[in-house]
Design a protein around this ligand. Structure first.
Ligand code: NAG
Ligand code: NAG
Ligand code: NAG
Length: 218
């Protein structure tokens, strides 16, 4: 009798696990990861196209809220109660759409980085398309937490209505570094390494990589 209930319990647990798995996987479906990994491959050339091909210390003007780094994510997670990852992911798309647009705007058609940046934007749009498709439409109509809505309003403001004090200068390389690091953090399921789990949201993960970055490129 005891044995029977044990096996029922086991069966139940197994069934529970089985039913749970698809739910856990839902937020980041495989197609989303494929799109983001393609984006990651393209981003791996950012040093060459966003730094070497541009004048030394070259910066562009972006909105203050278009500076979106790992520190912003950790701050928002602390500030906003029960902040849904999906909201941060939407914000990531909104911010970086503007960033890419601003980089493209300064590049003349015959610039060495023009084609690269256009391809990057296309891959980004593809990923956004998959992102939108993989969630129910209602989710995108849900009200945003106030703090996030305020950021959103700044990002979608008409450029000529933005106050002078809200503009910042940043290098394209810096902007794409933030783009890449925050992507790993917010979509970490796609970049998970089973053998050596990493905390991509922690700045120390990216500091480690910096030494390698400094080596001359072949
Ligand atoms: C670039 O910026 C660094 C750090 O601010 C400065 O030391 C360097 O002189 C600048 N280089 C040029 C060419 O302006
Ligand atoms: C991220 O933080 C910086 C200050 O560290 C701020 O200027 C910027 O607006 C923040 N970005 C967002 C999207 O809130
Ligand atoms: C992201 O791109 C880099 C550079 O190409 C590569 O080394 C890394 O394996 C990629 N990560 C994933 C998860 O595809």
């Amino acid at each position: 009798m005891v044995q029977l209930s044990t096996s029922f319990f086991l069966l139940g647990a197994l069934l529970g696990l089985f039913l749970l798995t698809p739910v856990l996987m839902a937020p980041t479906p495989a197609s989303m990861c494929t799109a983001l990994k393609t984006l990651n491959d393209s981003l791996s050339h950012r040093r060459r196209f966003m730094k070497h091909n541009l004048p030394i210390n070259y910066t562009i003007r972006v909105h203050q809220k278009e500076i979106f780094r790992l520190s912003n994510i950790s701050r928002l997670r602390l500030q906003v109660k029960e902040l849904d990852e999906l909201v941060l992911q939407r914000l990531w798309f909104q911010v970086n759409q503007g960033v890419l647009k601003k980089i493209i705007r300064v590049l003349p058609e015959r610039h060495l980085s023009y084609q690269y940046t256009h391809t990057l934007e296309t891959l980004f749009r593809d990923a956004e398309g998959v992102f939108v498709q993989s969630h129910r439409a209602e989710i995108f109509q849900q009200e945003l937490p106030e703090t996030i809505q305020d950021i959103w309003d700044c990002l979608t403001e008409e450029p000529d209505r933005v106050s002078e004090s809200s503009w910042r200068f940043a290098s394209p390389k810096f902007l794409l570094d933030s783009f890449c690091h925050t992507m790993y953090c917010l979509f970490s399921e796609c970049f998970a390494n089973a053998e050596a789990p990493q905390d991509y949201c922690h700045i120390s993960y990216w500091r480690k990589g910096r030494k390698k970055d400094l080596q001359p490129e072949s």
